[in-house]
Every structure is written in structure tokens, then in C-alpha cells.
Write a protein that binds this ligand. Structure first.
Ligand code: ATP
Ligand code: MG
Length: 271
């Protein structure tokens, strides 16, 4: 009896500590993705600054209104692109806790693609997006962006000599889920490894010169996050052809959305 009384709070404390450590691990892993993108984002900012500087010079050199207006337009466009990247990066890096809200999945995907676009381009990976419709699900935006970031970085790392990455969003009415698929044309995963890829610390990679990658916690965290959303994560892979990861989330009725028609369906295909 006395034992029960003294042990109960100890177990509560331990559970709280485990939860806190899980949150910290998730945050640390997220910051490691930010690190993986640091070089491409710096590169992108350099390009933006070159645009700003060159058009500012052009505006100073040419006094006519038409040239100056064109220069201002270019400077504004470059500034807005920079703002989109920094806003996206700050939103991604923020710790949003566990809160979930009804969210349009296409908007969520687009916000991640803004951050990885340059990285893909620098590694000769072509990006294709297929938005079949606009499903909404109750998600923690930051966490699902982290999952997508892990899948995209994995796909890019797998396609060493370049390739194609396709990200698609669709409603699967039969299963009552919204789906996000990430498909690559990389080398695929052999069957004996496929069974282990969600195991914590399973990796076939070695850390790069910056100590980045190869801890093997990316997919283990993805699975934890998806399960905490009552969702599912599925993988299909064919050696020599590529790999597809599919995330499935229970649908919610489009009520008050986080991305109210901010993103239009940009490419739709039948099927
Ligand atoms: N798209 C993919 N194509 C081929 N292999 C993949 C792909 N995604 C994952 N894998 C395999 O699954 C393993 C585990 O992936 P996971 O993201 O958990 O860890 P990691 O990428 O090795 O390390 P970390 O994510 O911690 O940097 C990878 O090492 C790789 O062998
Ligand atoms: Mg990984």
C-alpha cells in the first residue's frame, strides 16, 4: 500500500520526463534539417541580393520612369521571395507544441517546398507537384512539415546523381483520408532493409563532412508523429526504380482553414 503511494508520482514524473525528452529530440531533429538546408538557403539569399543590387544600380543609372519602375518591380519581387523564405523558416523552426488545427494539406506542402526548392535544384533534382484536390486534415502544421522535410531530404540524398521528385496531394474518399505522397526516382530500398527503415537508429548513411545526417532517427520520428495524428505512413519501393512514401490523415470537413484558398490547385491529373 505504502509502496503504491510512493511509486505513483514517480511513474507520473517519469512519463512527463519521457514526453519532454521526446519533444526535445523532435526539436533537435528539426533543427538538424534546418542545418541541412543552410547552404542552399544562403545560396538563394546570395542570388536575391545580387538581383536587388543589380536592379538598384540600374534604377540609379537610368533616370527614365519606365526603367525605374521595372527596377522597383524586380527589387520588390526579390524582397518578397526573401521574406517568404525567412517567414517559412521561422515558422518551421518554432516549437508549436502538440496543438492540431484543421489545415489544407496543399498549403502545408507548398510552405515546405519553398524551403527545399533550392536544395533540390542544387542537387539536380527536378520537382513535380500534383494537387488532385484540396483535402483538409486536423494536423500540427510544424510536425507534419517536419515529416515532409525528412522524406524530401531522404529522397534527395538517395538521388545522388539527380532525378525526379514528385509530391502529390489527393483525397482518398474510400478510406476517408487525405493523402500526401512523396515519390522519388532513386535507387529504391532492398526488401531486407525496407523492414528496418522505421527502426530508431537504422541507417545506411554516414554523416557528411558537417556531421549532418546518418543518425537514423528521421523515419522513426516520422512514424511517431503520424501515429500521434491517428494517421498512417506507408512505403513502397522497387530497387532500381525508386521509392514512394504515402502519408494518410483522417479527413476533416473544410471549416475554418489555416490556408484559406491561399494556394490554388496548380496541376491536376485524372486518376
Ligand atoms: N527515399 C529513400 N530512398 C532510399 N532509401 C531511403 C529513402 N528514405 C529512407 N531510406 C533508407 O532508410 C534509412 C533510414 O532513414 P532515416 O531518415 O530514418 O535515417 P537517415 O536518413 O539515415 O538518418 P537521419 O534522418 O537521422 O539523418 C536511410 O538510411 C536509407 O537507407
Ligand atoms: Mg533521414
Amino acid at each position: 500500500m505504502t509502496q503504491d503511494v510512493t511509486e505513483a508520482p514517480a511513474i507520473d514524473d517519469l512519463q512527463r520526463t519521457i514526453h519532454e525528452l521526446q519533444q526535445q529530440l523532435m526539436q533537435a531533429q528539426k533543427l538538424s534539417s534546418v542545418g541541412a538546408l543552410a547552404s542552399s538557403i544562403t545560396h538563394e539569399f546570395n542570388n536575391i541580393l545580387t538581383t536587388v543590387i543589380n536592379y538598384a544600380k540600374m534604377g540609379l543609372r537610368h533616370k527614365d520612369a519606365a526603367t525605374r519602375e521595372r527596377a522597383f518591380d524586380k527589387i520588390l519581387g526579390a524582397g518578397q521571395r526573401a521574406a517568404k523564405i525567412t517567414t517559412g523558416m521561422l515558422a518551421f523552426a518554432r516549437n508549436q507544441g502538440d496543438r492540431k488545427e484543421p489545415t489544407e494539406l496543399v498549403g502545408l506542402v507548398e510552405d515546405v517546398l519553398v524551403l527545399v526548392q533550392k536544395d533540390l535544384q542544387m542537387h539536380r533534382v527536378r520537382l513535380q507537384t500534383d494537387y488532385f484536390d484540396q483535402p483538409s486534415a486536423s494536423v500540427n502544421t510544424c510536425q507534419i512539415q517536419q515529416v515532409l522535410m525528412n522524406l524530401i531530404v531522404n529522397a534527395r540524398q538517395a538521388m545522388d546523381g539527380g532525378g525526379q521528385l514528385c509530391v502529390s496531394v489527393r483525397t482518398n474518399q474510400e478510406e476517408g483520408v487525405g493523402e500526401i505522397a512523396v515519390r522519388d526516382t532513386g535507387p529504391g530500398i532492398p526488401a531486407d532493409q525496407l523492414r528496418k527503415i522505421f527502426d530508431p537508429y537504422f541507417t545506411t548513411k554516414t554523416a557528411d563532412k558537417n556531421g549532418q545526417g546518418g543518425t537514423g532517427i528521421g523515419l522513426a520520428l516520422c512514424r511517431n508523429i503520424i501515429e500521434s495524428h491517428q494517421g498512417r505512413i506507408r512505403v513502397e519501393s522497387a530497387v532500381g526504380r525508386g521509392t514512394t512514401f504515402v502519408l494518410k490523415f483522417p479527413l476533416v470537413a473544410p471549416a475554418t482553414m489555416k490556408h484559406p484558398s491561399a494556394h490554388t490547385v496548380s496541376a491536376a491529373k485524372a486518376g
